[in-house]
Design a protein around this ligand. Structure first.
Ligand code: HEM
Length: 328
């Protein structure tokens, strides 16, 4: 997929294909998405992480069908986005802006599931300073079903141990190595303290004690209930870091989506139990070392993993007029 074939590939009907929109909307679809994502990230860089996570959470539940975008209704008060597993999910405003721009250029042409897939690619490209780039297979339709219970059943939990993570990803066709690769997305974004509160009492063998007590515990005690903390120690306030500055991988060329997550993992300065857990197993540890040592390889393999994530077409019901509601 890295070769980014421009032509539509011959595949089975219903399978997303590269170049699907080339002959639609005057070939402007991917450009409209890219420009809208760029404007959104120029205004608020943190929206990039939000878009990458939205895409993952869409595709892991019922395939990539835009089901994560549906708002609660009288008939369906608990869609996916109301699930505890979707705590902190954001970036819906960016998807709305992309959809509005596409609807005005060519109504009822581009599905919200495809918008999510393009937006995640474009956000990854922006945040990696072009290091991550790939052709996105497209042509999905949107589902009309969205259930919080489905999200709870399918999405991985931050307190999972490595065996549970491996089987959660295996259920979607991902290898332990691919689990390691996609986890590198935690080099960006932020998390609520409730998502890693268990780590505040984890033993020193599982988390750097200075990081635990002087950074995470302090941040979580301060301010509002359940505040958010940066996923990557690199993005913490420099004065708070104390003796941890030696672990901080500088953002190369300002790119923030990079392999620094793996260096953090090896130094026990990652947020979630699940992040720490993948260092603790033979099936995954060697890949953590591999990607800590080779950022270029990680960029390429992350791109391939996102293409794989984008492949399940999910439901084939409709092209929504707005991403937050089904057409009828
Ligand atoms: C391996 C299993 C995974 C677990 C257990 C997990 C768990 C979490 C949790 C708990 C949060 C913080 C939510 C909050 O408290 O607000 C989070 C944030 C995030 N996750 Fe994951 N995640 C996993 C895999 C992934 C994958 C595969 C991706 C993308 C390819 C991803 C991308 C992100 C991003 C970008 C954020 C930050 C979002 C933001 O700033 O809005 N995660 N994840």
């Amino acid at each position: 997929m890295k070769a980014a074939a421009a032509a539509v590939q011959a595949t089975a009907p219903g399978t997303p294909t590269v170049g699907y929109y080339n002959d639609k909307c005057n070939g402007s679809v991917e450009g409209i998405v890219r420009e809208t994502v760029k404007a959104a990230l120029n205004a608020d860089l943190t929206k990039g992480a939000a878009l990458v996570r939205l895409f993952f959470h869409d595709c892991f539940v019922r395939g990539c069908d835009g089901s994560v975008l549906l708002d609660p209704t009288y008939a369906n008060p608990y869609p996916e986005k109301t699930s505890g597993a979707n705590i902190g999910l954001r970036g819906f405003d960016v998807i709305d802006a992309i959809k509005a721009n596409l609807e005005s250029a060519c109504p009822s042409t581009v599905s919200c599931a495809d918008i999510l897939a393009f937006a995640a690619r474009d956000a990854s490209g922006y945040l990696s300073k072009g290091g991550i780039d790939y052709a996105v297979p497209a042509g999905r339709l949107n589902g009309v079903v969205s259930s919080a219970a489905d999200a709870e059943r399918n999405l991985p939990g931050s307190t999972f141990d490595v065996a549970t993570l491996i089987s959660n990803f295996a259920a979607k066709g991902f290898t332990p190595e691919e689990l390691v690769i996609v986890s590198g997305a935690h080099s960006i974004g932020r998390a609520h303290c409730s998502s890693f509160r268990d780590r505040l009492s984890s033993p020193s063998g599982e988390i750097n004690p200075y990081f635990r007590d002087n950074i995470l515990a302090k941040d979580c005690d301060a301010g509002p209930a359940d505040p958010t903390v940066e996923n990557n120690i690199r993005d913490q306030n420099a004065t708070a870091l104390g003796n941890l500055t030696s672990y901080v991988v500088p953002a190369r060329g300002g790119a923030s989506l990079d392999n620094s997550y793996y260096v953090n993992s090896l130094n026990s300065v990652v947020l979630f139990h699940s992040d720490w857990a993948i260092v603790g197993s033979n099936a995954t540890r060697r890949h953590v070392h591999e990607y800590a040592d080779n950022g270029t390889l990680w960029n390429l393999d992350f791109a391939d993993a996102l293409v794989k994530l984008a492949m399940p077409p999910g439901s084939t019901a409709e092209i929504r007029k707005t991403c937050r509601a089904t057409n009828y």
